[in-house]
Design a protein around this ligand. Structure first.
Ligand code: Q46
Length: 328
């Protein structure tokens, strides 16, 4: 770009970048994503879902850089050393920059962790984990007066999900695969400002910005089929640079609008959980009907708490090995 020393080549942009131009590229792509999809109001307040990995720390850093009032929330998942190290990175990042980081611990605050939840509920770890995180981020945002939750999903993540949804022609999921999910009475807006950046680019952002992050893969991810989709897309990308971005960004441009009419307003059909008051699609007697007949309406998060909190803690390795075997 400038004849300065290059630190990275990005074949999809057909160029090499120095540290300064790489940062410009990242800021530009995030600004474009925010503007194109109306993710945030200028200078707006946002809660960042922080995992301690490169993407969540990069999105937090970029949002602060771009002038947003961005606070972090870290949810301790209790996945052994992986969670300990991830939490340390999140805390150090916030402390070094004087940013506000709130923490919730599944084990200390709710009496369970992800491996135990997986065993107790017989769900794959990522399902129990995802339900827990979604519930806690939504609740923290609403309680804290944040209208928006930002996550670190990047172009590789979104392209892999799109690939999976397309392989199954899962029209419901395809219709909802947007970088912004609008706020509603019960939910904050969810935004993904990194959708125009690949994970290699967010890693490079962290390196040039001096951000230490959790480099290990979550030990529970072994059975996660998105890793396989990512590998497939990477091999296409290696032969044809730019394919991954074209696949996902052209879907947003050309296909998502065609699917708009099939998008259903989910929150219209939700009831309220009798335990915690959160919106839920679970069936059961209507809210406020506790004296009536029928099973209580209980959300997935409260069901996990009920089943997992009384269970003996399950070692990470036990669950990780089981799902790694199942994935082979
Ligand atoms: S942390 Fe949780 Fe991921 Fe680990 S258990 Fe699966 S979902 S892989 S983002």
């Amino acid at each position: 770009m400038c004849r300065g020393p290059a630190i990275i080549d990005l074949p999809r942009h057909n160029a090499h970048f120095c540290a300064e131009h790489l940062q410009q590229l990242c800021r530009r792509q995030v600004t474009k994503a925010i503007d194109d999809f109306g993710m945030l109001e200028p200078g707006g307040r946002v809660l960042v879902a922080v995992s301690g990995g490169k993407d969540s720390l990069a999105v937090w850093d970029l949002l602060v850089e771009l002038g947003y009032e961005a606070d972090g929330l870290y949810v301790g998942l209790g996945i052994g050393d992986y969670s300990d190290v991830s939490g340390d990175h999140a805390r150090r990042f916030a402390a070094e920059r004087g940013l506000s980081l709130r923490e919730i611990s599944l084990r200390d605050d709710y009496g369970y962790d992800v491996p135990t939840a997986s065993k107790a509920t017989r769900r794959v770890p990522c399902s129990a984990c995802g339900t827990s995180k979604r519930h806690l981020f939504d609740r923290a945002a609403i309680d804290g007066g944040y209208g928006v939750v930002a996550t670190g999903h990047n172009l590789d993540d979104e392209a892999a999900v799109l690939f999976g949804n397309t392989l199954r022609w899962d029209v419901d999921y395809l219709a909802r695969q947007l970088p912004v999910l609008p706020e509603s009475e019960h939910f904050p807006r969810k935004v993904k400002p990194l959708v125009r950046l690949t994970e290699r680019e967010t890693a490079a952002w962290c390196i040039v910005r001096g951000i230490d992050y959790q480099v290990e893969e979550c030990p529970m991810a072994a059975g996660n089929r998105h890793l396989g989709y990512k590998a497939t897309l990477n091999s296409v990308e290696a032969r044809s640079p730019g394919s991954k971005a074209a696949f996902y960004l052209n879907f947003l441009d050309k296909m998502a609008p065609l699917l708009a009419s099939t998008r259903t307003g989910m929150s219209d059909t939700l009831g309220l959980c009798e335990r915690c008051g959160a919106p839920t699609g679970a069936s059961g007697r209507p809210s406020g009907g506790s004296t009536g007949g029928g099973a209580p309406r209980v959300c997935s998060f409260c069901r996990i708490v009920e089943q997992a909190a009384g269970h003996d803690p399950v070692p990470v390795e036990l669950v990780a090995k089981r799902y790694a075997r199942a994935a082979r």
